[in-house]
Design a protein around this ligand. Sequence first.
Ligand code: ADP
Length: 164
Amino acid sequence: MRQDKVALYPGSFDPVTMGHVDIIERALRVFDRVIVAVAVNTTKSGLFDMEERVELIRKTFIDTPQVEVVSFSGLLVDYLRENKINTILRGLRAISDFDYEFQIASMNNSLSPDVDTVFLMTSQKYYYISSSVIKEVARFGGDISDIVPPPVYAALKDKFSKVE
Ligand code: ADP
């Protein structure tokens, strides 16, 4: 029997945006399954906690059983090895992503030579979207309805209405 082609998409997803959604949907044209892995981040402190981030991605893909959501801590290559996954998925926006992504992909490949990173580009309309920009705009009441999935829109509204 043919084995499923699986890609693991790691990131902070604080919160998931339409840029991320676009990457996942594109990846499903190439892979049978995408596992979205929310990283327990040691350097960035987030707006949403781990459970909220995972839940928001699950709600976004509720009708897409090929998308699974997990959280992980520690070294990504260890998680991949334990789960027998060889492909990392990452998204590329403008040139600014390249240098950082190149470093991480090279590092992961040298730590675990079986592991490859596949990069997909988003649609141009999502080039300038990042979780941090979305949080800034949402904080001050700007319209983000086109650039986040509906569950995230509701969660951001809720979060910032409590703050103000
Ligand atoms: P990290 O903290 O690991 O960079 P992010 O959640 O910010 O986590 O991003 C996860 C991945 O998604 C990265 O590969 C990033 O380049 C990509 N990404 C984020 N936003 C977009 C977007 N608008 N278009 C394409 N890729 C994106």
